[in-house]
Design a binder for this molecule. Structure first.
Ligand SMILES: Cc1cc2nc3c(=O)[nH]c(=O)nc-3n(C[C@H](O)[C@H](O)[C@H](O)COP(=O)(O)O)c2cc1C
Length: 126
């Protein structure tokens, strides 16, 4: 699924340490495609920022998936997000596989960081 050629309506960027977010991302692609919505998932470790920006420009909806690590975002995802330029009018969604769910107050920070980053670039959250 990590084939960079061609464009997709929905593009998912994920970071996965042990495979859960990788699995969830590819399963989402499968389900979107079943609904007739072209979708593709990319590991952020296999993309340059310029490639990611091009994929965002060619898509209508962008998803970000990452596990909770130490009640926070994994560092590679944080770095990835911080390097993306502001984009306005893009729809986005976020998913966070975790061991405990968002039950611990600190873990909200891992979601809030992404929400702040998306809102400051004019995106909408779902
Ligand atoms: C280094 C490390 C730190 C983790 N820290 C947390 C945590 O603070 N809270 C939590 O709910 N889960 C934590 N987890 C569990 C992962 O978020 C969970 O297993 C997730 O599904 C892993 O996704 P992945 O397979 O895509 O890496 C941690 C896992 C690892 C490996």
């Amino acid at each position: 699924m990590d084939n960079k050629s061609g464009s997709a309506e929905i593009v998912i960027f994920y970071f996965s340490g042990t495979g859960n977010t990788w699995w969830a991302s590819n399963e989402m692609v499968r389900q979107f495609e079943k609904l007739g919505r072209p979708a593709r998932a990319f590991s952020i470790e296999a993309l340059s920022i310029n490639e990611a920006i091009e994929l965002i420009q060619d898509s209508d909806i962008v998803g970000f998936g990452y596990p909770i690590h130490g009640s926070d975002l994994p560092v590679p995802m944080k770095n990835f997000i911080e390097q993306l330029p502001a984009v306005s009018g893009e729809k986005a969604f976020v998913f966070l596989p975790s061991g405990y769910g968002l039950v611990m107050e600190q873990q909200w920070e891992a979601l809030c960081f992404m929400i702040r980053a998306l809102m400051s670039s004019g995106g909408s959250i779902s």
